[in-house]
Design a protein around this ligand. Structure first.
Ligand SMILES: Cc1cc2nc3c(=O)[nH]c(=O)nc-3n(C[C@H](O)[C@H](O)[C@H](O)COP(=O)(O)OP(=O)(O)OC[C@H]3O[C@@H](n4cnc5c(N)ncnc54)[C@H](O)[C@@H]3O)c2cc1C
Length: 410
């Protein structure tokens, strides 16, 4: 069985290796000058390649059937064993994140490439597929440079649009469309947020352990805790990346209603505890300037902005001149500080694509296209994206393994 895998990223390499192990004669084609470029950048160079707590709630997409089926068909232990057999010993970090014991993501790529070679997979680089046509039971595959290949089966593993600096583009979507597939709306996810606030420049670089929620029309869509970092465009940090899918807003999509970010400066404290703490601080020394009353609780650079948001101004106003109403307002800002979200950063900064090939057009266990015979679809190209923490690479490996073995077995 001749199989061409289009795209030498995570899911394409897994698919090619599995197809070869199941007896396929496999060619892997990659448009960049080497395979796995994006993989080297994952997990800040440490390649967070899976997560111990893989479960359906960590994945998103319009149709959920495929998520349940894939997670059942390829449990995370199977992915860990796949890598252990390559030589990658797993190290578990906080929140179930799995990285290589060596903490070097490049090891994962080196071992995959070695194994691909051992399994007899032929790899062609600088080979960008521009057209894909089914002709008399075979596939005709053409490259940008005018070369061509034929195959009995093709696996479309071209990834999404996120991480454009690693070569991600929309050519995979165009190929899928040419086969009759529908693409659901695409937007950047696991990405920083843009906020509308006049204090961003003043607070740039301030970071603290807090929490944040995305709210639409008064309804909390999601809340996440962890390190938050103010930037000149808005806000960053692991909780923000996690919230970005839900924060997708009118700036990116005319159809959605405006969303706000609620920043929780003291996430473990309830309203009463915050109020008691502030009252105490303002009453203990009536002559103490208001800004000094908040030191020891908040980052120094946050203080004037907080006081201003509560209408306490100038910041060195003596504590006795601050009214109980102003302290109540300050307590509310500390508990839940509302800021309009104006959008996200671009595809270049995004780690994953939300949206993609409509998964109702992909067989949920074999990854076979229901639109084109003998064609399989994997990874980020489809309308499934995972949370931050190893879920997206798990999805790439799992769908790659399923597509590879089913393509080879036919
Ligand atoms: C900076 C960054 C950090 C990340 N960190 C993590 C992490 O730690 N953990 C995690 O789980 N996920 C992480 N991700 C997400 C994860 O890398 C992707 O979800 C995953 O790589 C998707 O795998 P894929 O095979 O579907 O696509 P990709 O890995 O993007 O591979 C697609 C390949 O296809 C090639 N290609 C595209 N079009 C064509 C064509 N027309 N012809 C030939 N070749 C083509 C591309 O060049 C690419 O090599 C990160 C992403 C980024 C950008």
């Amino acid at each position: 069985m001749e199989i061409v895998v289009i795209g030498g990223g995570a899911s394409g390499m897994a698919a090619a290796l599995e197809a070869a192990r199941y007896g396929g004669q496999v060619t892997l084609v990659e448009k960049e000058n080497r395979v796995g470029k994006k993989l080297l950048a994952t997990g800040n160079g440490r390649c967070n390649y899976a997560n111990r707590f893989v479960e359906p709630s960590r994945f998103h997409g319009q149709c959920r059937e495929i998520i349940h089926e894939v997670l059942q068909a390829v449990p995370v232990d199977e992915v860990l064993t796949f890598f252990q057999l390559l030589g990658v010993t797993p190290k578990e970090e906080s929140d179930g994140k799995i990285i290589p014991y060596s903490e070097q993501g490049s090891n994962v790529l080196d071992l995959l490439r070695y194994e691909l070679e051992q399994a007899g997979v032929k790899t062609l680089v600088d080979w960008k597929v521009t057209s894909l046509r089914h002709h008399q039971k075979d596939w005709l595959i053409h490259s940008e440079k005018g070369e061509s290949l034929t195959a009995h089966r093709v696996i479309l593993a071209t990834g999404g649009r996120a991480g454009s600096q690693f070569g991600a583009d929309d050519s995979g979507y165009r190929l899928a469309e040419s086969l009759g597939h529908h693409i659901t709306p695409l937007w950047p996810a696991l990405v920083q947020l843009r906020l509308e606030a006049d204090w961003l420049k003043a607070l740039k670089g301030v970071k603290w352990q807090g929490a944040a929620s995305v709210v639409e029309q008064g309804i909390v869509l999601r809340r996440e805790a962890g390190e938050l970092l103010i930037t000149d465009y808005g806000i960053s940090g692991p909780p923000i990346l996690q919230l970005s899918r839900q924060a997708h807003t009118s700036a990116n999509d005319d159809a959605s209603s405006p969303k706000e970010l609620r920043i929780h400066l003291l996430p473990e404290w309830d309203s009463e505890t915050i109020m008691d703490e502030l009252m105490n601080r303002f009453h203990i020394n009536p002559d103490k300037p208001a800004d000094l009353c908040l030191l020891g609780l908040f980052h120094k650079r946050l203080v004037p902005t907080l006081l201003k948001a509560a209408g306490i101004w100038p910041p060195h106003l003596p504590a006795q001149q601050v009214s109980a109403t102003a302290i109540k307002k300050l307590a509310e800002v500390c508990r839940s500080w509302s800021v309009p979200i104006t959008g996200t950063l671009s595809w270049q900064q995004a780690q994953v694509t939300a949206g993609g090939v409509d998964t109702r057009e992909i067989h949920p266990v074999t990854m076979a296209s229901t639109k084109a015979p003998n064609c399989y679809i994997t990874g980020e190209l489809m309308d499934v994206d995972g949370d931050c923490g190893g879920f997206n690479l798990y999805w790439a490996w799992a769908t790659g393994l399923l597509a590879g073995r089913n393509a080879a077995m036919g």
